[in-house]
Design a protein around this ligand. Structure first.
Ligand code: GUN
Ligand code: FE
Length: 444
């Protein structure tokens, strides 16, 4: 157990085990590592522990046997839906939205967001998530409250006001003004929040999905994202009934992906959640435009949406990260998402004789960290524990993942395997963004 308190602000030096993917490919594991975090919250040194080295700062904290990993990047979750986590299993998407979600999001005003968001960010940090790409509700004030809470908490947050100009839940607004008001409010939120705290807070223009948005809203929202250099996030091809409905609403489009393509939405700043049921044409087009995929396997199992051919997408060169999709996914932990993903791929292999190999535990870890960072075009700043990057880190106690005390495994692939398949709710003991300790994890 650590002798000194866990450092809460930079500069500091950690002594710990280290497991991280590397930007150049492969992994690094150190049984005894030294991590120097400088005053600006950057990793100034990442090395094997060497007693001959002079201490880089006053504070040297020995976290062993804990493992330091990059903080996880959750590419898809719905902040207002947290209270619904775990409810409504087995319904199809459109029924679930109607019964469970729209009634909940309709109540998510500024006051509700002020109450929920601080606890939500603590829960994300406790799950090991240091960066999250989120949907709010449609109400502007709830977005301000969410950003204020993220600013105070310290998590790295990308959030967007949900835009809907049909199949919507805000009956107060007159139909003819919905698009104009939604665009203006999104633009105002971008002005207030995008890039705050040196880029820790960012904005994602967020048309909900093609069923809830007219072609005009999709087009205007994509233009706004392009003009402001913000992200553009939506849902794609999650559920068979949804796809059928999109075909009915957009009869001229070649397919679901083409609806977003015609709107000018596909680009390297587009993060599309699910993307389960795609044709070869759609996969090629998404790869060609550099569009990012948020893979949400626990959600896809929870709502019986389908199984994504992940290995095929990776083979096609798509950038894929992981999303919890709370509350269609029941759990904020990306380790739980990796587990659902691994079981899904494994099931597909047995049922479909899928020719692609399943991912290894270390590859799942990479998807949850570095590939998530790449999806947000932040791979130069976060996603792995390497010199020059910002110190977005988590410290995990692997003993909690052992089947019985003392039966802990030391090799990197085994460590990763236990974190994924034997996750423990308290295993993430600490989380930092830019070397600043986040509230949420239990500590020592
Ligand atoms: N498609 C449109 N809205 C939603 C949502 O809130 N959750 C999920 N999983 N899919 C959606
Ligand atoms: Fe979603």
């Amino acid at each position: 157990m650590p002798r000194l308190p866990i450092p809460d602000r930079p500069p500091f030096t950690l002594r710990a085990r280290l497991l991280t993917p590397l930007g150049a490919g492969g992994y690094r594991y150190e049984a005894d590592a030294r991590l120097d975090v400088d005053a600006a919250g950057r990793l100034a040194a990442v090395a094997g522990w060497d007693t001959s080295l002079p201490a880089g700062s006053e504070k040297v904290i020995d976290l062993r046997p804990w493992i330091v990993l990059p903080g996880m990047v959750d590419l898809h979750l719905h902040l207002p839906q947290l209270p619904n986590a775990g409810l409504g299993a087995g319904l199809d998407l459109l029924t679930w939205l109607d019964r469970y979600i729209f009634p909940l999001e309709r109540t998510f005003d500024r006051t509700a967001a002020e109450q929920l968001a601080p606890a939500a960010f603590r829960a994300m940090a406790a799950a090991g998530t240091t960066t999250a790409l989120m949907y709010g509700a449609v109400f502007e004030g709830s977005l301000d409250a969410a950003f204020e809470a993220a600013e105070a908490h310290g998590i790295r947050a990308v959030i967007g006001k949900v835009m809907m100009d049909r199949l919507r839940y805000d009956p107060k607004l007159d139909e003819s003004r919905v698009l104009e008001v939604s665009l203006r409010q999104s633009a105002d939120l971008i002005d207030r929040w995008h890039g705050r705290d040196n880029g820790r807070l960012r904005y994602a223009v967020t048309p909900r999905f093609a069923v809830s948005c007219t072609a005009e809203m999709l087009r205007e929202s994509a233009a706004l994202a392009r003009q402001t250099g913000t992200y553009w996030q939506t849902h794609l091809a999650e559920d068979r009934n949804e796809i059928q409905e999109v075909g009915r609403l957009f009869p001229d489009a070649l397919d679901y992906t083409d609806v977003y393509d015609r709107a000018g939405g596909l680009s390297e700043r587009a993060i599309l959640a699910h993307a389960i049921h795609l044709s070869e044409r759609e996969i090629s087009r998404l790869a060609e435009t550099g569009s990012r995929i948020a893979h949400c396997p626990s959600s896809n199992l929870f709502l019986s949406s389908g199984t994504m051919p992940l290995a095929r997408y990776l083979d096609a060169g798509l950038v894929v990260g992981l999303g919890s999709d709370v509350s269609a996914g029941p759990d904020l932990s990306l380790f739980a998402v990796m587990r659902a993903g691994a079981y899904t791929q494994s099931g597909m292999r047995t049922m479909l004789s899928d020719p692609y190999p399943t991912l290894t535990p270390l590859e799942w870890l990479r998807l949850g960290s570095l590939e998530g960072a790449r999806a947000l075009k932040l791979e130069d700043a976060i996603g792995s524990v390497e010199v020059g990057k910002e110190a977005d880190l988590i410290a995990v106690d692997p003993e909690l993942t052992a089947p019985i005390p003392g039966l802990e495994h030391g090799e990197p692939e085994d460590l990763a395997s236990r974190l994924i398949f034997r996750s423990h709710p308290d295993m993430v003991r600490a989380a930092w963004v830019r070397g600043r300790l986040l509230e949420g994890p239990p500590g020592a």
